[in-house]
Write a protein that binds this ligand. Structure first.
Ligand SMILES: C[S@@+](CC[C@H](N)C(=O)[O-])C[C@H]1O[C@@H](n2cnc3c(N)ncnc32)[C@H](O)[C@@H]1O
Ligand code: SF4
Length: 393
């Protein structure tokens, strides 16, 4: 089991690129379509933001970098390179540190992917979403399944570590059709020895075109019972293909986990740069939440004001941080160590978790508690949010 002590002097870095070529109708991420991007300006702002974070946390070790978005695969490789180089110059790190980039399969060629690799990216996470063209059209994606397959093959020639995102629980998905689609996906994943997969159920987010259409009845989605069945099926099929479910929606073979995300889910400190990127840091034995303005313009103005970056940190009471770590940790297959929670919160476990409830849920098969390690069972996973709301005090 991971000991919280291991995390105290380690951070991961999240870099948010807020732009996309087009906006998908289901997406409520902080992503915008912008034609005129002044790369020199953005580079200065990112590097200033990075240096600002380094000033606050100089003596820690950097464990991983993650470029998320938006669509970071439309960033200029030169910008990616500058950010990675500055982060590596600033913080102590392993020579083979994981550097992930999220990518949209549209408009990606081998040449650009090679430049990303030369810049220091060594893990490529491709937003395929579906291998069915009708579904891609429904999702408003700007690529076909052939585009996605081509990019996957080319990416695999360049990167050893590849991950693929799929979305399911779409209109007309039933157990038979989703099973077939997953099996088809695995034919490709096995062929290219892809050892990481993220599978998300389509969520209808507020303030999206999908929300309006869904409310008008333009399309219907599987009901709760079918969604649960599809989730169980997903876990079964993926496990049969030799992947381990290590988080609610994330699966891997040979422990090829996304170390950036795993660090955050385990309660480690993280630094976020770019519009809307938040962070959780530990300074002088106190926990802080860090926020960046969400809109690209407001974030850029922060830099414009003084030609350097400044943002305010908010103290988080240690009990609240412990509860955050509990909520994140319950999403992990490995669960949460209650001793670590006591250490973080500097209080007794009974002040964070309702242990009477935990024992009831354990007797009913929703959670397991072994050696002070609390984790969710496959039965509990289907009602995870409900379980969490019952145990957090
Ligand atoms: C930032 S995107 C990945 C990179 C790139 N922007 C793209 O879409 O290809 C992260 C992932 O979140 C998932 N996602 C986004 N919105 C979702 C939604 N409403 N429901 C389910 N999954 C969603 C998609 O699988 C997507 O690949
Ligand atoms: S490409 Fe990705 S981040 Fe951009 S709008 Fe689509 S789902 Fe959202």
């Amino acid at each position: 089991m991971i000991c919280f002590e291991d995390f105290k002097n380690e951070i991961v870095l999240y870099v948010h690129w807020p732009f996309c070529i087009s906006k998908c109708p289901y997406c409520d991420f902080n992503s915008h379509v912008e034609k005129n991007i002044d790369y020199t300006f953005w580079k200065n702002a990112f590097l200033s933001n990075l240096d600002y974070e380094f000033q606050r946390l100089p003596g820690v070790k950097l464990k991983a970098i993650f470029f998320g978005g938006g669509t970071p695969s439309i960033m200029k490789p030169e910008l990616i390179k500058s950010i990675i180089r500055r982060a590596k110059n600033n913080w102590v790190h392993e020579s083979e540190m994981e550097v992930t980039m999220e990518a949209n399969p549209s408009s990606l060629c081998s040449n650009v992917m090679r430049q990303f690799k030369d810049a220091g990216v060594n893990r490529f996470s491709i937003g395929v979403q579906s291998f069915d063209d009708k579904e891609l059209t429904f999702l408003g994606r700007n690529h076909s399944s052939i585009d996605a397959k081509e990019v996957i093959f080319k990416a695999r020639e360049i990167f050893n570590r590849i991950s693929i995102d799929l979305i399911y629980s779409l209109p007309n998905h039933n157990k038979k059709s989703w099973n077939k689609k997953l099996l088809n996906a695995f034919e490709l994943l096995n062929q290219i020895e892809c050892n990481h997969l993220s599978c998300y159920q389509l969520t209808i987010e507020d303030n999206t075109p999908f929300k309006i259409d869904y409310d008008k009845g333009v399309f219907k989605l599987p009901d709760d019972d079918l969604s649960s069945e599809l989730y169980t099926l997903t876990n079964e099929v993926i496990t049969l293909h030799g992947m381990e479910q290590y988080e609610v929606s994330n699966y891997s073979r040979y422990k090829d986990y996304c170390n950036h995300n795993l660090h955050i889910w385990r309660g480690g400190s993280y630094v976020g740069i770019g519009p809307g990127a938040h962070g959780r840091i530990l300074k002088n034995k106190q926990y802080y939440a860090t926020f960046k303005p969400k809109s690209p313009r407001a974030w850029v103005n922060k830099f414009n004001e003084n030609n350097f970056f400044y943002s305010k940190d908010y103290l988080i009471p240690s009990k609240i941080r412990a509860q955050e770590i509990l909520i994140l940790g319950m999403r992990l297959n490995e669960g949460v160590n209650l001793n670590n929670l006591c250490e973080v919160s500097e209080t007794q476990i009974s002040k964070i978790i309702n242990m009477k409830k935990v024992n009831e849920l354990k007797d009913n098969g929703y959670v397991n508690l072994n050696d002070n390690n609390l984790h969710i069972t496959s039965k509990g996973l289907l009602v995870l949010n409900n379980i969490i709301s019952q145990i957090v005090i």
